[in-house]
Design a protein around this ligand. Structure first.
Ligand code: ATP
Length: 248
C-alpha cells in the first residue's frame, strides 16, 4: 500500500489562549485505500485537524504532503479535488437535489455520472427521493446522505468524514458504512473518519488515531488497538459507556 498523505509535526494553537496548543506535533500517514478512524473525547481538535487536512484551516506548525508533494506546491483547488471534507452539519447548496449532485461536474467541467449518483442514493435508502426538491427542504438525514453522495461523485483520493452518520437512523447508518467501505475497497479511496461510535470505528477502519491531551496519543492497527491499546488514556476511553464518552 503506497503512502498518499503525510502529516509531519502538525500543530495548532488555541485561538482563545494562543500561548497554548490545541494539539501539537501530529505526525502520521494515510495509505492508498487505507481507512482511518479518528477517535477521542470532545474538544481534542479532531474536526480542526480534518479541516487542516482539507486546507480549510492552516496549521501553525508542520507540513502536509500529498502524493509526495508538499501542500505549498499544490493549488488549493487542486488539493481540494483530491481531498474532500464532509462536515458533520451537511451543507446544501442553493438549488435542487439534482443541482446539488451535479455540483462537482459543473465545477470541474466533467460529465455527471448519473448512474453512480442513482446507485449511491439508492444504496443509502434514498431511491424514492424527488431530485427536483430544493436541497434546503430535505430532512437532516436526507441532507447528510445527499452531501455524502455529492462528495463521492468527486472521486477524491482521500475522503475526510466528520461524524457523517450522526443524524442517521441505525439502518441508514449501516447502509452508509457499507457504501463507504465498498467504495473505498473498489476504487481505492482513503478514508479519514471521525466517529464517536466505537463499533463503527472497529467495523469500518484498518487503523485508529486516538487523540488525547493535545496529542496523537496512539496510531495503531484497529484490531490491535481494540485488543489492547498501549496507553492508559485509550484504555480508559474505550472502556467508558457510549453516552459518557460523547459527553465527556
Ligand atoms: N485554533 C483553534 N481552532 C479550532 N478550535 C479551537 C482552536 N482553539 C481552541 N479551539 C477550541 O477547541 C475545541 C476544538 O474543537 P474541535 O471541533 O476541533 O474538536 P473535536 O475533537 O472535533 O470535538 P467534537 O468531538 O466535540 O466534535 C473547540 O471547543 C474550539 O472552540
Amino acid at each position: 500500500m503506497g503512502t498518499r498523505l503525510i502529516l509531519h509535526g502538525i500543530s495548532k494553537k488555541r485561538h482563545d489562549r494562543p500561548s497554548d496548543y490545541l494539539f501539537r506535533d501530529i505526525s502520521a500517514e494515510v495509505g492508498e485505500g487505507e481507512r482511518v478512524a479518528v477517535i477521542g473525547t470532545s474538544g481534542q481538535g479532531k474536526t480542526t485537524l480534518l479541516r487542516i487536512l482539507a486546507r480549510l484551516d492552516r496549521p501553525d506548525e508542520g507540513e502536509l504532503r500529498l502524493h509526495g508533494k508538499s501542500a505549498d506546491g499544490w493549488k488549493p483547488q487542486e488539493w481540494r479535488k483530491k481531498i474532500c471534507y464532509v462536515a458533520q452539519q451537511p451543507v446544501m447548496l442553493p438549488g435542487s437535489v439534482e443541482e446539488n449532485l451535479q455540483t462537482v461536474s459543473r465545477l470541474h467541467g466533467t460529465p455527471f455520472d448519473r448512474g453512480l449518483a442513482e446507485r449511491s442514493m439508492a444504496a443509502l435508502g434514498l431511491e424514492g427521493l424527488d431530485w427536483s426538491k430544493q436541497g434546503g427542504d430535505l430532512s437532516g438525514g436526507e441532507k447528510q446522505r445527499t452531501a455524502l453522495v455529492r462528495a463521492m461523485l468527486l472521486q477524491p483520493d482521500v475522503m475526510l468524514l466528520d461524524e457523517v452518520t450522526a443524524s442517521l437512523d441505525p439502518g441508514s447508518k449501516r447502509a452508509a458504512e457499507r457504501l463507504l467501505v465498498d467504495w473505498s475497497q473498489s476504487g481505492g479511496a482513503s478514508l479519514v473518519w471521525i466517529t464517536h461510535d466505537l463499533e463503527q470505528a472497529a467495523q469500518t477502519s484498518d487503523s485508529v488515531w486516538f487523540m488525547d491531551e493535545g496529542r496523537l496519543m496512539e496510531s495503531a492497527l484497529t484490531a490491535e488497538f481494540f485488543r489492547g491499546p498501549s496507553t492508559e488514556q485509550a484504555r480508559r476511553f474505550i472502556s467508558r459507556p457510549d453516552r459518557e464518552r460523547e459527553e465527556y
